[in-house]
Design a protein around this ligand. Structure first.
Ligand code: CA
Length: 228
């Protein structure tokens, strides 16, 4: 399975370049564009490594790093610091970062650092999401299996990823665009209709009464919300 990397960076050009390059190296790359979003994703989802910029909107990289460690998230972190900020490097390492790289950097150097981090790291841990139960449905994330009333339910890979995203973001209203971005990503060129179709399939398989869903709710004009 490919390693998942979370890239927390606000410069769109750098996000694009790094995502392309890391993806071509076989990594699965997700990105967050500010410190709050980075903290949320890194604390709720399983990543094998985090590339964390220091200068970020909303919450800087140092704070994100410190908060993650305080929350018990031990995912290896490579911090990106600005040129010549020696102090930053020291502070970053003190706060629990595993390594740092000064901007601007050579891509080959970044790849080497990421590889080194992954070699040292245990497999991605997902403390909050190993298993989840709602109603009579049990989801085992590690085995990617779903049971309903004790019967195994077959989900496609996309259905499973969508369900996982719903559970990880329960109680949040999620737009079709966000779901497309986060669940389908760069895989293909699906439309928001794709989301509706997959939601309908999930409801068929998981809801006691798919026509009156109690877990995957439609929020009119907004998108969907998972409650359960
Ligand atoms: Ca930045």
């Amino acid at each position: 399975m490919s390693k998942r990397i979370l890239l927390v960076e606000d410069e769109p050009g750098l996000v694009l370049t790094l995502t392309d390059r890391l993806t071509s190296e076989g990594y699965k790359v997700e990105s967050a564009r500010d410190g709050d979003a980075g903290l949320e994703r890194a604390s709720n989802e399983a990543f094998d490594a985090i590339i964390l910029d220091v200068m970020l909107p909303r919450r800087n990289g140092f704070d994100v790093c410190r908060d993650l460690r305080q929350l018990g998230v031990n995912t290896p972190i490579l911090m990106l610091t600005a040129r010549g900020q020696v102090v930053d490097k020291v502070v970053g390492l003190k706060l629990g970062a595993d390594d740092y790289l000064t901007k601007p950097f050579e891509m080959i150097e970044l790849l080497a650092r990421v590889e080194a981090l992954l070699r040292r790291a245990p497999a991605a841990q997902s403390p909050q999401t190993e298993a989840y139960q709602f109603g009579s449905v049990k989801v085992d994330f590690r085995r990617a299996e779903v049971e309903r009333e004790g019967e195994k339910i077959e989900l496609s890979a996309k259905e499973f990823q969508l369900l996982r995203y719903f559970i990880e973001h329960r109680e949040a209203t999620l737009s079709r665009d966000e779901l497309l971005d986060e669940v389908w990503g760069y895989d293909a060129t699906p439309t928001t209709r794709t989301v509706d179709v997959h939601v309908a399939w999930l409801r068929q398989k998981l809801e006691p009464n798919p026509r009156h869903p109690q877990f995957i709710l439609t929020i009119h004009g907004m998108g969907y919300k998972f409650v359960g």
